[in-house]
Write a protein that binds this ligand. Sequence first.
Ligand code: ZN
Length: 116
Amino acid sequence: MTTQDEIEEKYRSLKKKIDELKFISTGSVMKVFIKCGKPSCICHRDKTKRHGPYNIWTRKVDSKTVTRTLNDEQTKLVKKCVGNMREFEEISRQMKVLSVQYIENYKKSRLKGDKN
Ligand SMILES: [Zn+2]
């Protein structure tokens, strides 16, 4: 069984990883081809003549989808932030698991203490 000290040590190293993470973001980036606002433009008749590709960032804000068009530099940044977000969520998931282990162990050690 993992000791409380080992759990605390693992927990500390996860917190260090979070400390090293830079900006985080939800959503995703994709390349899209779009129809423009001119009904006479060929893009409305021919799917292969649509404009783009554009890098589109979509994310949910208050259960609504928000869309932004990004340039290449912004695209790199947002992709990095979305990757950081996944890492952040994975670290936070592991922290929750360790916290439950710590609480369970704590209860057991307390019970043992009560007997003595
Ligand atoms: Zn067009």
